[in-house]
Design a protein around this ligand. Structure first.
Ligand code: SF4
Ligand code: SF4
Length: 474
């Protein structure tokens, strides 16, 4: 399989493979929104006692995906806006298993596969699924043209698939079998790194017996693990049905929900970046107090915390109290407030740069100690073409930037801004410090919204025309 573009940024603070459990919390702060979900339909009352796995809230715009109680406890609704607080959290009894007798209507309407899909949704495993082309939550009752399962996470510093797979290979293969049982004939593509290692060979041997699982080996270059890029490379077209995509943690959740019929509330997330004591993976639950994690792992007194990886993560505000349900890792960078002492005599010595124009290009490859400092000012585009070189979507970010500058929206559309996979590489490599990624994502949303408006207007006109024909015939 041929890939284009891509670039690995070498950074210090990569989490190791170990997984450490955090101490049990007494209180949980569950955010009512995350990247894709808004849990606006509250299903509990203030003061109510709940068991672990009970539904606290649902997102009505995402197939009623539930926010589950990760522990037993007492609900507080009004104390902090946009959070459900769970007091006296305790690892007591878990939500009872769902039996088939509880679901007679589903058994009748959808058969065995329908029940499994319903379980994935209600037990919290479905939230690990993405539509490869849109990144949104797919319809759990839809029919995918294929499933892409990725064991690879290439963005620094999100939770690594290999760390999550250690000691769970059996659960993983069982999860794959469960996924297979949801399909009729559609293939499952298992994405693996194209490296030789004992562990990679072990996975290959485990999978070899599964005829419907096709191995897909990719180079370890960011962002070749991106689901949209993989779907394009596999020739899975957007118009031919959704492509379900799921990472290691999602397959493990499928196993837990379908083999054990247990709620999926535990997360393994990364703690990475140069502001962290011994970067690692930690086992936590949604709502886990961020302050407790900071107290244990963050050593820099003034630091910036990012929810997710360094390229696509979002800044975690100081007001954030608990981990959201989609968190895959926290990245901590020291916040530099003062000018670096004698910085002018070592220009770029400690910086990796795509352009090889700093003093650091004389050094052997090294991992940079990334901070929040920005050296130098923004400039106009110098047409160096770096953004185009790294773009994995084969579009021309610098041209799009110039069209946007002149408000040439039609040209932006023709330059296929819709193909952008939002990897953020163009922004990282730009020597002029132009935030190309943001500009392109904003343009993509603008054009998609305009198209949707036109589509809705067309539907409205057709409906009006149909009604007037009906009235005329009466
Ligand atoms: S244009 Fe989009 S896909 Fe291309 S490098 Fe920039 S963010 Fe990535
Ligand atoms: S990387 Fe920046 S300066 Fe270079 S061509 Fe792209 S937009 Fe222009």
């Amino acid at each position: 399989m041929q890939f284009r573009g891509g670039y690995n940024i070498l950074l210090k603070g990569r989490p190791g493979g170990a997984i450490k459990a955090m101490p049990e919390p007494k209180i949980l702060y569950l955010p009512l929104s995350s990247r894709r979900f808004t849990f606006s339909e509250i299903c509990v009352e203030d003061g109510q006692s709940v068991s672990g796995g009970d539904v606290l809230a649902k997102d009505p715009n995402n197939y009623a995906i539930p926010l589950l109680a990760p522990r037993a406890g007492r609900v507080r609704l009004q104390e902090i806006e946009n959070y459900i607080i769970l007091e006296d959290a305790a690892k007591l009894k878990e939500h009872a298993d769902i039996t088939d007798e509880d679901l007679p209507h589903i058994v009748e309407e959808m058969g065995a596969s329908g029940i499994k899909r319903y379980r994935l949704l209600t037990l919290g495993a479905w939230q690990f699924f993405y539509d490869a082309h849109t990144g949104s939550l797919p319809d759990p009752l839809g029919t995918p043209q294929a499933i892409i399962v990725s064991t690879v996470s290439l963005e620094p510093f999100v939770a690594r698939g290999d760390a999550q797979l250690h000691n769970r290979l059996l659960n993983f293969t069982r999860g794959l079998e469960q996924l297979q049982s949801l399909l009729e004939y559609q293939p499952i593509y298992l994405v693996m790194p194209d490296i030789k290692s004992d562990f990679a060979n072990l996975i290959r041997n485990h999978i070899r017996g599964h005829a419907s699982v096709k191995m897909l080996e990719i180079p370890l270059i960011y962002p070749f693990d991106d689901f949209a890029i993989l779907a394009r490379k596999l020739g899975l077209k957007p118009g031919e049905g959704p492509v379900w995509s799921v990472r290691t943690e999602g397959v493990l959740a499928v196993d837990r929900a379908l083999t054990l019929t247990k709620p999926c509330t535990v997360r393994i997330i990364s703690m990475g970046g140069t502001g962290v004591n011994s970067p690692t993976h930690i086992k936590v639950i949604p709502g886990y107090p961020i302050k407790r994690i900071k107290d244990k792992y963050v050593f820099e007194p003034v630091s910036r915390i990012i929810n997710g990886g360094i390229l696509t993560g979002e800044l975690l505000g100081t007001e954030s109290l608990g981990l959201d349900t989609e968190c895959r890792g926290l990245t901590v960078l020291p916040e530099l407030q003062d000018r670096e002492f004698l910085g002018f005599i070592r220009p770029g010595w400690d910086r990796n740069c795509y352009a090889d124009c700093f003093l650091s290009s004389l050094r052997k490859k090294f991992r940079e100690r990334l901070t929040t400092a920005v050296r130098g000012e923004g400039r106009p585009c110098i047409s160096c073409n770096f953004c185009e070189e790294v773009c994995p979507a084969n579009i021309t970010p610098h041209l799009i930037h110039k069209y946007l500058y002149r408000d040439l929206i039609e040209e932006v559309e023709e330059a296929r801004v819709d193909l952008c996979v939002e990897c953020g590489l163009c922004t990282i490599v730009c020597p002029s410090k132009i935030d190309l990624g943001k500009q392109i994502i904003d343009a993509k949303v603008l054009i998609a919204n305009e198209k949707e408006e036109i589509r809705q207007e067309k539907l409205r006109q057709e409906e009006l025309a149909r009604k007037s024909i009906e009235e005329a015939s009466e």
